[in-house]
Design a protein around this ligand. Sequence first.
Ligand code: SAM
Length: 216
Amino acid sequence: MRLRNIRGAQEKILENPYTIQTDGLNGDDYKGLWQDKIFGNHNPVHIEIGMGKGQFITQLALEHPGINYIGIEKYSSVLVRALEKRETLETDNLIFMRMDAEDLTSYFAPGEVDRIYLNFSDPWPKDRHAKRRLTSTNFLERYDKVLSPDGYIQFKTDNRPLFDFSLEQLDEAGWIKDEVNFDLHKDGPAPNNIMTEYEMKFYQMGNPICRLVAHR
Ligand code: SAM
């Protein structure tokens, strides 16, 4: 994603009631408290890591009012775009966090998350950056900690080398694959699928979109 520095993005996030800015916090105000304290219910918690402008998770939240959604994004300048849409919606089941996925276990207690979505994650093509890929064993370890016993991850990408790498990493970490699809929209837009911004773009360019679902 091309990043532009958006003036006042951080301030906008701090002032916004639907977002959590993690700078300077250690996570204790949130860890283990998402359902009871933050959302005020006992509904399942689903998160998207690297949500970008938030099209996917916002649509999910509108379609599933009985699920608590948290969109996580590393950069304020991107997150602020998701906020603009969020402010126009009445729904109370969607919160955004400005956070690096590295810090996931500081903000979520063991078993607190029921589903993790990873959409068009940055590929980090150089071998020496492989640990930064959100489907590396480095991150699978974190997902293992925060996911509930029945929890799972869903990953979509048009980047075939990243997809193949992800399949290998799942094997290495002992995860079980429930779905592996190398061309999700082979017969036209797949049913029961919400397209992300990147997915829409790459689908229109004719790139095959890969999707996997896995649990441990
Ligand atoms: N998911 C969106 C989509 O499919 O349209 C955006 C995809 S964009 C290529 C990847 C996003 O992940 C960027 O907004 C980037 O800032 C975010 N990101 C990358 N590494 C991250 C990390 N470690 N923690 C949180 N977000 C991250």
